[in-house]
Design a protein around this ligand. Sequence first.
Ligand code: ATP
Length: 233
Amino acid sequence: MLEVRSLRAGYGAIEVLRGVDLAVGAGEIVALLGSNGAGKSTLNNNVSGLYRPFGGTITFDGQAIAGAPSMRIVDAGLVQVPEGRRVFPNLSVRENLELGSYRRGRAARAKNLEHVLAVFPRLNERLAQLAGTLSGGEQQMLAIGRGLMSEPRLLILDEPSLGLSPLLVEEMFALIGRLNRDGLAILLVEQNVVQSLAIAHRAYVLENGRIALSGAAAELAEHPELRKSYLGH
Ligand code: ATP
């Protein structure tokens, strides 16, 4: 579905990504790992059209999307859920969700809302509540719910477990597994190496703007270099 080839990208004169190759196939969970500042967000922001790459190609279902307007990329079915809690705090849960489907008709919006509320019953109980008053975990669910409202086929999740309690982290990973089993392809950007490798099919490790390691998640979980760098043993 998603193919990134020889991607070079950065900010002004600074090149952050220095030739990155990465792919996500239909039905896959692919983990993108890497330490702080490795370039994970830069990769996401270029894939989702927020920035125009310096070079290389990005295709989604065979269509070139590098530098395309974000709206067109979302319409094609590639949706990024931003890191942390970037919901609109002064809008209600319902309004936040409906924004995810604002380009669809009323009927599609209602159908999508029904689907998202079935996935997140907690949001259903809080539809009229202002998003800014939700707990951190609920805001994270809302951000993912809003992404689902756009009818994605590939969802990019940027650190969905960030700031969650251990129990909610478990729940979040279980949810990601469920969404994937329902047919969604997922690019999972995470610092939580052990749990990400446990649910991913494949993984890439980004270091200093280059892919340092890649392969089947189960094999990477045993990789001595990865264990040493990210798990300390
Ligand atoms: P983290 O896990 O900490 O979020 P990351 O892997 O997502 O890190 P990026 O956010 O992609 O890393 O940052 C990669 C490099 O690009 C960093 O050195 C960062 O300072 C730099 N950078 C990020 N955004 C900008 C920007 N808007 N302007 C200039 N430099 C930037």
